[in-house]
Design a protein around this ligand. Sequence first.
Ligand code: ADP
Ligand code: MG
Ligand code: MG
Length: 541
Amino acid sequence: DDLGVLDNLVANTTFLMAQQSDRCALRKRRLSLSLPKPKNPQEATVQQFEWLCEQQPIGKRLFQQFLLTFDPQYIAVARFLEELSVWDYAEGEKRNIVQRRISKKLSQTCSRSFLTFLTGDEAEALERLSEENFEEVISTIKKATIEFLKGKPFSEYLHSPFYYKFLQWKEYEKQTISDKYFYEFRPLGKGGFGEVCAVQVKHTGQMYACKKLHKRCLKKKDGQRLALLEKQILEKVNSLFVVNLAYAYENKSHLCLVMDLMIGGDLKFHIYHLGTRGLRKDRIVYYSAQITCGIQHLHAMNIVYRDMKPENVLLDAKGQCRLSDLGLAVELPNGKTVFQKAGTTGYMAPEILKQEYYRTSVDWWALGCSIYEMVAARLPFKDFREKVHNTEVTRRTLEDSCKFEHKNFDHPTKDIIMRLLKRRTEYRLVTRLNSLCCRSGDDPRKHAFFKDINFHHLEAGLVKPPWVPKSNVVYAKDMSEFKDISEEEDVALDAKDEKFFKEFSTGAVPTRWQREMIESGVFDELNCFQRNGHGYEASKS
Ligand code: ADP
Ligand code: MG
Ligand code: MG
């Protein structure tokens, strides 16, 4: 109806406009913001150097600022390390230029005088520095430099105003998160326990997606333990190919998972709802490559995904994809297996359907089904929207051979699918690490299907996506399709449930939150030592 169309238009416009928020307006909104006092300043001092000064984005910044403030030697050390990291990430000719610059500096006695901490052997190695041994010598010197920082500079840092600032940020990070922290926009998708909405953090302007899990619905369908598991796994994984969790909080009716906003929508939407069915070959290869990396990252952490399908693969603003929806994922320590039936009809591997013990092999089967679907806009054993009983899909999966009737199947595509859809797991194309039977084809990345992909560059986020979402389009179904979520009023929540909700609602996820503070400029604004009148002086005491 007309009203629905209008509603949708308004919701889309507000959502698209929020993505282009004005920085000045945001700054005004947070004029009153100030950092709290840390409650237990002593408590954190037991923390290690690595955690404080390397892993925590804000901690790393503050330690760097500390080094660059007082001591000429510390300043030289900080600049040296900065240059090394530029060299580390540089590629091709740029890398050579940076390398020559570093070599030149290190060959002049005056410009390397800050390296007084080198021991006899290390100093000798430095004397022998040449183009051939550059990597090796530099790595020795880098290690020695970091050891040096862990000594006197680190203990001085712990007594400096910079560290006090760090504790203030950590205190701020612990704030209770509620609905008031965000603006809410239109729903983008619907899940089994509620909808997924676009949200925006009020004082930073950062956009996220908020997956809402209806509390009573969770309880009724026995989904509480799974919800907690989903949250814990999301929080643990740190991959370019899996969505990041930023906040976990609760309101009266829902548990909320706030994640990276993937404005390009899910791949199922792209396969079926944008005109021509199926995807272009270059996109299929690119997405499959990123999915492969994502699956490998999960498996490297002993996590089995179990819900691999295009609907759970989402595109960001640049056109890169990530795995999402870890609601069925399980962590299986080395050697452990499970046999529970889990997954989506049409994507489940034979070993799941036969209720055998399985591990990571099931994700590679589901990837095979997904590549097939990106090409043919149907599944190998189930047609699009086919009304068919699950037992029949199971029978076809266990007995029928996979047909490649669609004209878009070329040889490498067919071949990789056939290798992923091997019923016997020992013949399936899966990653086999430290395996004794190292036959060729033990890494899906080496298959001819991926011959145009440089995985080293892909892992560094350096491969240009073949397709970029338009900034004026909302890649989601109309809002009216997400309504009618049945409210489960007949289940009562008790003290045990409340305890579980508390365990779930841990607030900001430290590294993601700290990056948000840095990227939005809030970190720099609240951090000026001289101007904020807190009585600190940026000079050595
Ligand atoms: P469920 O576990 O119930 O399947 P999902 O996590 O898969 O829920 O979310 C349902 C749908 O919501 C997805 O298929 C997708 O369309 C949309 N969605 C989920 N997460 C995001 C996100 N981070 N950004 C944009 N859309 C999302
Ligand atoms: Mg899903
Ligand atoms: Mg799920």
